[in-house]
Ligand binder design. Structure first.
Ligand code: SAM
Length: 248
């Protein structure tokens, strides 16, 4: 169960009415029951129910069952698509382990706004479900152009460029190259420094966006294979590719 409160040995954790309802109403736990809790900062703890009530309750942390495992410094930037598929992208990114999730507004993005709080809740649920101890921050929608305008020099961008079809999956092209190359030839995985994966909208990236990305030396264009994938499929494929080849 995800809690906001700090966790530590012997730490009393007062429960909100909503948390109490879930533990004692839905899960039907009683006094003395054990529950695994995490807050995204202090690792996972086994806690015991000290008080159980309708409007609240109290847990006491007994022992840490897993340390905090922070995923590699990888951001997922994607252009939001239909609600359910955007939820899917956030859930899969949280399950697979990213540090931050940034919905980006591009020229052809078809949804003008997102419910950042709802997407953050999806990331929490995904972490709870997969036994994660870290929850990626889901940022509010930001214009891609603005983000790229002052992009940090040290953070590379794995740009999933749907123009590079016809390549086998998993090919990586050197920045500025037109023909993708096999990963086996790729420059050795760069310093394990920070990365971002960039996925475009259903309509793809606009010409001007592609030109700008091609000019940025931090950008590494990547092909995800010979077929055009839906953005949610592409997100999962790209994260898998990153972890298998570029991840530190
Ligand atoms: N512009 C495409 C078209 O005209 O059908 C559709 C874009 S695709 C649905 C959404 C995003 O997924 C793309 O912007 C790209 O980031 C990624 N993508 C999909 N297939 C890809 C591939 N084979 N290689 C690299 N990226 C891909």
């Amino acid at each position: 169960l995800f809690l906001e409160q700090p966790l530590g040995a012997g730490q009393p954790v007062p429960l909100t009415q909503e948390q109490a309802h879930y533990l004692f109403g839905v899960m039907r736990l009683g006094k003395g029951a054990g529950v695994l809790v995490f807050n995204g900062r202090d690792g996972e703890w086994r806690a015991e129910v000290a008080e159980a009530g309708k409007r609240g309750g109290l847990l006491v942390c007994a022992e840490q069952t897993a340390p905090l495992r922070v995923p590699p410094d990888l951001w997922l930037m994607f252009a939001p698509i239909k609600k359910a598929r955007t939820d899917f992208i956030v859930e899969k990114a949280a399950e697979m382990g990213v540090r931050r999730i940034l919905p980006v507004q591009t020229r052809f993005t078809n949804s003008e706004r997102i419910r950042q709080d709802r997407l953050q809740a999806h990331a929490v649920e995904a972490a709870e479900q997969c036994g994660g101890t870290f929850v990626p921050e889901v940022c509010d929608l930001v214009a891609l152009d603005r983000l790229l305008a002052d992009w940090p020099a040290e953070r590379r961008i794995m740009w999933c460029d749907e123009n590079m079809l016809g390549a086998r999956a998993g090919l990586l092209a050197g920045a500025g190259e037109t023909e993708p190359r096999g990963f086996e030839e790729a420059p050795k995985s760069p310093s394990p420094g920070p990365w971002a994966v960039l996925i475009g909208p259903e309509g793809g990236f606009a010409e001007a966006e592609q030109a700008r990305l091609r000019r940025m030396e931090q950008v590494v264009p990547v092909s995800l294979g010979p077929r055009i994938l839906r953005a949610d499929t592409a997100a999962v494929a790209a994260l898998t590719l990153w972890q298998s080849v570029l991840g530190d």
